[in-house]
Write a protein that binds this ligand. Structure first.
Ligand code: PLP
Length: 358
């Protein structure tokens, strides 16, 4: 028997753990890298696009990669409780890994602004939910102060163990492709993840496991684009709630990534984000949440314009599963397209033939 027991055990030589560390794991990591078959030809461009489907982590987002490390280290240091501010997925991962470890999780979320699936997950795992009448940035400010007032470990991405765990996604990409891709596209909120991937790619390059490092491309939503504006913003707004962030915590790290990798940041409208989400679902059978679709929307735009040249190998990270946010998926589909009939075979036949399949 050879169980896959999660990314810390798999990459323990490259992570800050030792033989006495008790790993808190739900089998995260080892997610599929799927080559897109239909979208490249729709773009009429000769490119290889792969998606790293992080929605298939145990709680449905890449946050599990960082949380397995953060909770492992919190427990190792004797902590009995963790806390985070979250747009949703960090609180889900914190809740699940705290449940696994038998410790308490406190999560600060913006009132009314988290997707339904994420709320359900956080509740069922038994976290204490503190809704704040404010946004993620307000929650983050409070979490940074609370450690001085209460015995809790912060598990936001300002916790360096989070990025250590998240860098393993870059290792997996290199191992599957046999080398680094030419371009790696990511949605950017706090910019922890793009910084973690860059760490991972650089580490594998330095150790000779990859012959090059990719150009890193970070995409934001237009209404929440401090990196494109060049300064923090106060009232971020976007349908992509996971990246509805105006004061990114990894501001300096992200600028270093851009500079060192010769990459760029850009912003996309909510409309472009949602249509990329729908295209991926309809043409490739892959369902991601709106924030994740930002990476594909950005890649498609830059492929079309030629900024990403033909012949390139491109990886887009799909950060979270589409089921996280059922409301925004349903809102994009026309419920009038649903066919309602009497329970008779002739009606079913007509419904099929009316679709005009040949
Ligand atoms: C957290 C999150 C992001 C943003 O990642 P950062 O590290 O904050 O840049 C993007 N998409 C989803 C689904 C997320 O949960």
């Amino acid at each position: 028997m050879q169980l896959y027991t999660g990314l810390i055990n798999h990459y323990k030589d490259r992570l800050p753990v030792d033989e006495n560390t008790k790993f808190i794991s739900l089998g995260e990591g080892n997610t599929p890298l799927i080559q897109l078959k239909n979208i490249p030809s729709l773009l009429s461009k000769n490119v290889d696009i792969y998606v790293k489907y992080e929605g298939l982590n145990p709680t449905g987002s890449f946050k599990d990669r960082g949380m397995t490390m953060a909770v492992t280290k919190a427990v190792e240091s004797g902590s009995k409780a963790i806390i985070c501010a979250s747009t949703g997925n960090t609180s889900v991962a914190a809740a699940a890994y705290a449940a696994r470890a038998g410790i308490k999780a406190f999560v600060l979320i913006p009132e009314g602004k988290i997707a339904l699936g994420k709320l359900a997950q956080t509740m069922i795992h038994g976290a204490t939910i503190i809704q704040i009448k404010g946004n993620f940035d307000d929650g983050m400010r409070l979490v940074k102060e609370v450690a001085d007032h209460a015995p809790v470990s912060i598990v936001n991405s300002i916790n360096p163990f989070r990025l250590q765990g998240q860098k393993t996604a870059a290792f997996e990409v290199v191992e599957e492709l046999g080398d680094a891709p030419d371009y790696h596209c990511l949605p950017v909120g706090n910019a922890g993840n793009i910084s973690a991937y860059w760490m991972g790619y650089k580490e594998y390059h330095q150790d000779g496991k990859a012959s090059e490092t990719p150009v890193m491309l970070g995409y934001q939503a237009k209404g929440a684009a401090p990196f494109i504006k060049g300064e923090m913003i106060n009232n971020p707004e976007t349908v992509a709630t996971a990246i509805r962030i105006g004061h990114p915590q990894s501001w300096d790290l992200a600028h270093t990534v851009k500079q060192e990798s010769n990459g760029w940041f850009d912003a996309l409208s909510d409309e472009d984000i949602l249509s990329a989400q729908k295209l991926l679902a309809e043409k490739e059978g892959i369902f991601c949440e709106p924030a994740s679709a930002v990476s594909l929307a950005g890649a498609m735009r830059d492929i079309k314009s030629g900024k990403i040249p033909e012949g390139s190998k491109i990886v887009c990270t799909l950060t979270g599963h589409g089921l996280k946010d059922p409301d925004s998926a349903i809102a994009q589909c026309n419920s009038e397209d649903m066919i309602i009939i009497e329970p008779e075979i002739t009606k079913v036949r007509d419904a099929i033939l009316n679709e005009g399949i040949d």
